[in-house]
Design a protein around this ligand. Structure first.
Ligand code: SF4
Ligand code: SF4
Length: 320
């Protein structure tokens, strides 16, 4: 079994309890205008190109037998439709100038990578978090990975925007200790404008999930001029409160750390001129969330909550 994985990040402290190994999946059905992982939106890997590292040696072009890379003036033009994702160009670019946003990885490989951090999970707390992109678009792989981890006693978390068929969520419920569920906007018009979809699927799925799972942390990316007004924020709080069993809210301040990826992936970034975090607004939204009875964390780190019971990691847990 394989999935398109962008990276496996070790020792993360922003994606759950303790040290997390975060697995980033390729693909997302939303098009949030502030996305800081734009290279992961496409369902398959996209080519990234760092002009500053390119020496113009032409090795990538020579490696391409599909004529997807061709000379164009002083540079090289990429014909995306001719590309078969063989990735020979990436292999031949020794300067790291041409590379792909993700690679096909086997379940065994991902599991082995995660288990390199096993000692940290046991002695310092932590586990594995699936992120993206939208991990649940590759839900069979997610299920197998989570199930393998749970079966050897490792804590698991899934970050999702919930814009997937409900069956994909249902598949991983049993093997997920904590869901980090994005709620970005309630207003339908704004959802259409800023997320690229006005579908109620995300909110409907959250209602269904909240009836079956008691460890859901609601994540709200706080985007200047989009959802950081008192009116919009209160609307989000009322909605979350109406679900009945949500205790935790994480406010994720806006940042511009992914700006360079837009350049490398040749994607237009509409929010490049927006200033990063506004502490006054963040504190105000935090106060509003608290007034609705939620426990609030800002930024994703240091949020302490009880996990479902995690059994002792078996010594024979390494995959073969
Ligand atoms: S991935 Fe393969 S087909 Fe695509 S540009 Fe590179 S060498 Fe050519
Ligand atoms: S192989 Fe790398 S350095 Fe050489 S031309 Fe291609 S992208 Fe540039």
């Amino acid at each position: 079994m394989k999935a398109y994985i962008s990276k496996i990040q070790h020792f993360n402290v922003h994606d759950g309890n303790g040290f997390r190994t975060t697995v980033f999946f390729q693909g997302c059905n939303l098009r949030c205008k502030w996305c800081q992982n734009p290279e992961l939106q496409n369902p398959t890997p996209i080519m990234m190109y760092d002009k500053a590292l390119c020496t113009g040696c032409g090795a990538c072009m020579e490696a391409c037998t599909n004529k997807a890379l061709e000379p164009c003036g002083e540079g090289i033009y990429f014909h995306a439709f001719e590309c078969t994702l063989c990735m020979k160009c990436e292999e031949q670019c020794f300067n790291g100038a041409r590379f792909f946003s993700s690679h096909k990885c086997t379940l065994e490989y991902v599991l082995k990578e995660c288990l390199k951090d096993e000692a940290f999970y046991v002695y310092h707390g932590g586990g594995v978090t699936l992120s993206g992109g939208e991990p649940l678009l590759q839900s069979d792989f997610c299920f197998s990975l989570l199930h393998s981890l749970k079966s050897i006693g490792i804590s698991t978390a899934v970050e999702t925007a919930g814009y997937v068929n409900y069956e994909a969520i249902e598949k991983v419920i049993e093997d997920t200790d904590v869901f980090y569920y994005d709620v970005k906007l309630i207003d339908r018009g704004k959802r259409k404008k800023y997320l690229g979809s006005d579908s109620n699927l995300m909110l409907d799925n959250l209602v269904k999930l909240s009836r079956l799972h008691d460890r859901i942390v609601i994540r709200i990316p706080l985007i200047p001029g989009v959802n950081d007004s008192e009116t919009e924020y209160i609307r989000i709080m009322k909605y979350i409160k109406s679900l009945g069993n949500i205790r935790y809210v994480q406010i994720m301040p806006f940042h511009q750390l992914g700006m360079r990826k837009y350049e490398l992936a040749d994607i237009n970034y509409e929010m490049k001129d927006i200033d990063a975090e506004n502490t006054i607004k963040i504190n105000k939204c935090s106060d509003i969330a608290k007034s609705y009875g939620f426990e609030v964390n800002i930024g994703g780190g240091g949020f302490v909550y009880e996990l479902r019971a995690v059994s002792k990691v078996k010594e024979t847990g390494m995959p073969t």
